[in-house]
Design a protein around this ligand. Structure first.
Ligand code: SF4
Length: 187
């Protein structure tokens, strides 16, 4: 991939399938979201308020601000960061499983905030539908996950579609982009 910054939300997409990043970005560009089902629309709504900076009026709470992490060349937005408590929260519609990609998205936000000079004491995921908070160890407290995060960044930077084949047919079977995708294992 190019030297352009990696988009934080792409970390999770890449783990699922590199080709899905392309389709996901198309969706974000289009008003009429191609193939987006009601579940995904609800998921977008979870982040709607922070992106519009309406979630809290407290000046100590940063919401939906753009961030860049020089160390890993990542850009994106934070969801909610409370400067006073140092708690960084990424909200999802419903968390059934804490996927590595979820954790890496919060890591990326964490490292960007640290570079900006903030003290981040706690990172966590919030599951909107069942009102559950899932605490995540900081990267320096979890050597295995931190190593996986850095390996993923390297893998994305080395990635090329030239040799790409999706071999996991189950992923394609469950992929909303399959009808449009020439990389599909079903074709
Ligand atoms: S159809 Fe298969 S190859 Fe295409 S984006 Fe989905 S999972 Fe990836």
């Amino acid at each position: 991939m190019s030297e352009e910054p990696l988009i934080i939300s792409n970390l999770n997409d890449f783990i699922f399938c590199p080709a899905s990043i392309y389709f996901h970005s198309l969706e974000e560009d289009e008003e009429n979201l191609l193939g987006q089902d009601s579940y995904q629309l609800n998921g977008s709504a979870v982040h709607q308020k922070p992106d519009n900076a309406e979630y809290s009026t407290r000046k100590s709470v940063l919401q939906g601000i753009s961030i860049y992490c020089e160390k890993y060349n990542l850009c994106g937005k934070i969801d909610v960061f409370d400067i006073e408590s140092g708690i960084l929260t990424e909200r999802k519609k419903k968390i059934k499983v804490i996927y590595d990609g979820y954790v890496f998205q919060v890591y990326a936000q964490y490292f960007a905030l640290i570079e900006m000079g903030y003290s981040v004491n706690e990172i966590r995921l919030y599951s909107f539908d069942d009102n559950k908070i899932h605490g995540i160890p900081l990267p320096e407290e979890d050597e295995t996950m931190f190593s996986k995060f850095e390996n993923l960044i390297s893998e994305i930077n080395r990635f090329s579609f030239d040799n790409f084949h999706q071999n996991n047919i189950e992923k394609c079977r469950n992929c909303i982009y399959e009808p449009l995708c020439s990389f599909s294992a079903l074709k």
